[in-house]
Design a protein around this ligand. Structure first.
Ligand code: C5P
Length: 321
């Protein structure tokens, strides 16, 4: 029987920041064992998906640094769905993915993962699959360590490769200033490789040692601050191990970090593998003040600065037709 399906769906695919990133050691699969606290922010791309009875996967994007070929995570997400659901794929082989890019590229904000996550969520809807969230997470984890988080979003503890999620108290409305040099991107594989080269002797080994560290971390001030939704305490407990390799290698990012911190926000940190640096502000007025002051102190046309807020929602559907 032929099923009549909706053919267009628009989704918001938000960015994330890391409030905490600790590298524990090597995993047998070649990745690193991590402890991260992830937070969705309101800076988002808009993804419009259209299914057709003919054609193939096709990506369009308003940003010239985004590849529109099979290296794009949105493309790979669509291809994975076609492989997993061959009946739907043969009925609707045409998938057009229009990406309206607002999240900077190569930024440590999971913009690519978020686009891929939106394609999984959107095709689940358009193809009327009714997959539960656990199945979407399983598919997402095959494509990228950050992608399961991008689907559900909010405030979460991410462990393993970064794909194992547990919810923390949800933080919403906390203002955050994000800053990045447009022409600077940091490769995530490079950052982890550089960290391994420099800090391998500090690595823990074995699942027992990883589990003990995970338990200990959850009693630290950041976790108490999140449970109490206390932005000032969160700001003073931010931490990212990858700063130790990315900041020395990129003096302009180290300077951005230092100038941001001098404006006295609640806290400043590089997100993920960088090079985006963010500051948590006490209120929206302070966030806008930091945005303006940053642009005055570092008056480079290449520097982009955004004000956003913490939000509890990951990928979100905004329209169907
Ligand atoms: O999973 P994802 O494709 O986002 O990872 C990009 C790269 O970052 C990996 O190929 C690996 O080099 C590094 N990485 C890692 N350990 C993790 C996550 C990422 O070493 N847990």
């Amino acid at each position: 029987m032929r099923i009549e399906l909706m053919n267009t769906c628009t989704l918001l695919a938000p960015a994330k920041i890391n409030l905490y990133l600790e590298i524990l050691g090597d995993r047998p699969d070649g990745f690193h064992e991590l402890i991260m606290v992830m937070q969705t922010v309101s800076l988002a791309d808009r993804i419009t998906l259209t299914c057709q009875e003919s054609g193939s996967i096709h990506i369009t994007c308003n940003h010239d640094q985004v590849p529109c070929d099979s290296s794009n995570l949105a493309y790979r997400a669509a291809a994975l769905m076609q492989q997993e659901f061959p009946d739907r794929a043969s009925q609707y082989p045409g998938i057009t993915i229009q990406i309206d890019k607002q999240i900077p590229v190569g930024a440590g904000l999971a913009g690519g993962s978020s686009n891929g996550a939106a394609v999984l969520v959107g095709l689940n809807q358009l193809w009327d699959l009714h997959l539960p969230i656990a199945d979407l997470h399983r598919l997402a984890a095959q494509l990228g360590s950050d992608m399961p988080f991008s689907i559900s979003g909010g405030t979460a503890l991410a462990t393993g490769r970064g794909e194992q999620l547990s919810d923390l108290a949800q933080l919403t409305g906390i203002p955050v200033v994000l800053a990045k040099y447009r022409s600077l991107a940091v490769s995530t594989p490079w950052a982890y490789k550089a960290y391994r080269q420099q800090f391998h002797d500090r690595y823990l080994s074995g699942s027992e040692a990883f589990a003990q560290r995970l338990q200990a971390v959850q009693t630290t001030p950041l976790f108490t601050a999140i449970a109490a939704a206390n932005p000032a305490a969160i700001g003073s407990a931010l931490h990212n191990d990858l700063e130790a390799v990315v900041l020395p290698d990129h003096p302009s990012v180290a300077e951005l970090h230092q100038v941001m911190q001098s404006l006295q926000p609640l806290g400043t940190l590089m997100s993920g593998s960088g090079p985006t640096v963010f500051a948590i502000a006490a209120n929206l007025a302070q966030a806008h003040h930091i945005q303006t002051a940053l642009q005055e102190k570092l008056p480079y046309p290449d520097l982009e600065v955004w004000v956003a807020q913490f939000q509890s929602q990951g990928v979100e559907r905004v329209a169907n037709s």
